[in-house]
Design a protein around this ligand. Structure first.
Ligand code: NAD
Length: 354
């Protein structure tokens, strides 16, 4: 590598990683200067929300167990109003990307700091990216004030993540790393992080599928998820994320599953135009062909491989291809309507990537 030249602006979350990190919540809350916290979780994770509340003791002001996929605006408004009524000075978001996204929606308007306790591999806790959905439209943006100040990664909290969700969430994290490796604003540090993220997840996920209670495999996957969140937060996304965003927004598809199906095909599309990224991905996957390597990994782990299987209709593919062409964005290979339509066709069928 010659003529190295880049701008690197590391983002400033404090990270506490390891088994039992949840026990550090009270101490970390005090370090942040918090006095009253609103705890967020999904309805399904109310038990976790209560455990988190108990860990905060007298500084626990209330629980809002209504986080939902893609942060619906009405839920965000309700949570913001509760935070204001309770007069809290800290949000503790315990859960996946949906719960952390709700915390970000509160922080966006109030500047209240977030402590994130991730329980999936989505990586939102390490990014300044927010998204709020009004009807069928998801508004996304970047704002440093939504970046959690402290992140507690406790692999024990991921033991309950069902195996199929662990797999798709893990491949979603791999997708963040893949696009960071060919992002136009990548740098040597983000590439190191992204390559190691793919390696950790590709090695950890098969062990989780074999035994979902394998603590060291869970730790390895969560470590990979942390790296993937850092890679995503520090770089711009390209074709893969744009396609998934379009598919998710237009057709209301599940987030991680959509990423899992599309990734091998988006990778194949870009393969010839990003040789250095492909070499890193191949090394991390220990596979000669990165796109096929991801496809084979997903198949081996029992993940969904077709958009058809996610409920997409064949007649939807043209409008997805049109939408992907609408707003130009940087991508290693120029955006070609016919080739993108072909990519979507293969993803719809669940065919191997070419
Ligand atoms: P999620 O947060 O929607 O969680 C899915 C389901 O899994 C929920 O019912 C949740 O309660 C449950 N769950 C989570 N952790 C669990 C655990 N350990 N045990 C048992 N159940 C558990 O899923 P996700 O994939 O983490 O997040 C998806 C959302 O995050 C999408 O809206 C996506 O756009 C967003 N996201 C944002 C960013 C960002 O940087 N802003 C990054 C990645 C994803």
């Amino acid at each position: 590598m010659q003529n190295i030249s880049f701008t690197y602006s590391p983002l400033g979350a404090r990270v506490v990683f390891g088994e039992g990190s949840l026990d550090r919540l009270s101490e970390e809350f005090a370090t942040l200067g918090g006095t009253r916290a609103l705890v967020l979780c999904t309805p399904e994770q109310t038990a976790l929300g209560k455990i988190v509340g108990d860990a905060l003791g007298s500084r626990f002001a209330g629980l809002f167990p209504k986080a939902a996929m893609h942060v619906p605006l009405d839920i965000a408004r309700e949570a913001r109003s509760l935070a204001s009524t309770l007069g809290v000075d800290c949000i503790v978001a315990a859960g996946g990307g949906s719960t952390i996204g709700l915390g970000k929606a509160i922080a966006l308007e109030s500047n209240i700091p977030i402590i994130a306790i991730p329980t999936t591999y989505a990586g939102s806790e390490m990014t300044p990216i927010y998204g709020i959905t009004d009807g069928n439209e998801k508004r996304t943006g970047r704002d440093p004030k939504v970046l959690p100040r402290t992140v507690l990664y406790d692999p024990a909290l991921t033991l309950s993540l069902p195996t199929p969700m662990s797999v798709t969430s893990g491949i979603n994290a791999i997708a963040h790393c893949v696009e960071a490796l060919y992002a136009e604003d990548r740098n040597p540090i983000t590439s190191l992080i992204a390559e190691e993220g793919i390696r950790s997840l590709a090695q950890g996920l098969p062990k989780v599928v074999e035994n979902s209670a394998d603590q060291s495999a869970r730790s390895q996957c969560l470590y990979g998820a942390w790296l993937s969140g850092m890679a995503l937060g520090a770089t711009s996304v390209a074709l893969h994320h744009k396609l998934c965003h379009t598919l998710g927004g237009m057709l209301n598809l599940p987030h991680a599953e959509t990423h899992t199906v599309v990734l091998p095909h988006a990778l194949a599309y870009n393969a010839g135009s990003a040789p250095e990224a492909m070499a890193r991905i191949a090394r991390a996957l220990n596979s000669k062909n990165p796109a096929l390597g991801i496809y084979d990994l997903a198949t081996q782990l029992g993940a969904p491989t077709s958009l058809r299987g996610l409920g997409v209709k064949s007649e939807d593919l043209d409008k997805v291809a049109d939408a992907a062409m609408k707003k130009p964005y940087p991508n290693p290979r120029a955006l070609e309507r016919a080739a993108i339509r072909e990519l979507l066709e293969r993803a719809w069928l669940g065919a191997a990537p070419v």
